[in-house]
Write a new protein. Structure first.
Length: 212
């Protein structure tokens, strides 16, 4: 199966083509495929995992994406943009929420699976270049108490309480040594809570971190 065509894009509201998808999460309950369609488009789009049939899509705040939206001067002290900047990663929780990393928007937005907006969290708003919100991983405990956010611009991983999105910690800093990062860009977590962080650019490695 193939969804979309290489280097062909018709915008954020086209049902059949993608615009530089950056992340995928598959709902184990019904095989719906949630795609972070964010390098060119500004949306989350959902397809049927068995057939590839388009199901639905949405933009920031659950609204219809608008590719003509003017982001202005991206003033970090001003209100957040009404459209996604770079939808870069997403993951679903056990209690049926979708967590979306809007990379250059420096934020996490939370939705119900139908696209209904729930809440958002701004992270490191002064990150003005390529953004702070790259990819998200959730802890594997029953309540999924912790949310981890890889920040490829500030070279760290943020730790948040999932229930209220309060930032409670961080680890890592720029560098090539053990425990340091160069462009953390991908992340996964296993059933024991071990976190695996992949580095892009000249990082070119995966590091494993054990939660204590």
């Amino acid at each position: 199966m193939t969804i979309g065509q290489y280097d062909v894009n018709k915008g954020s509201n086209d049902p059949n083509l993608l615009g530089g998808p950056a992340g995928i999460w598959v709902d184990p309950s019904n095989n719906e495929v949630f795609i972070a369609d964010g390098y060119r488009n500004r949306r989350v789009v959902v397809y049927d995992g068995a057939t590839g049939k388009y199901i639905r899509h949405w933009g920031a705040y659950g609204e219809k994406p608008d590719d003509t939206y003017n982001f202005g001067d991206r003033n970090p002290a001003g209100p957040p943009p009404r459209q996604f900047s770079t939808v870069h990663g997403l993951v679903g929780s056990k209690d049926n929420l979708i967590y979306v990393a809007d990379r250059r928007g420096n934020r996490i937005q939370v939705f119900r699976k139908n696209g209904e907006f729930v809440k958002e969290k701004i992270v490191a708003p002064m990150t003005l270049s390529s953004g702070s919100a790259f990819v998200i991983a959730l802890s594997p405990d029953a309540a999924q108490r912790w949310l981890y956010l890889a920040d490829g611009t500030n070279h760290k991983v943020w730790v948040l309480r999932r229930d209220n999105l309060e930032i409670v910690g961080e680890f890592g800093r720029g560098g090539r040594q053990i425990g340091q990062f160069l462009r953390p860009h991908g992340m996964g977590i296993d059933s024991k809570g071990n976190l695996y962080v992949g580095e892009a650019s000249t990082g070119r490695r995966v590091q494993k971190f054990t939660v204590r």
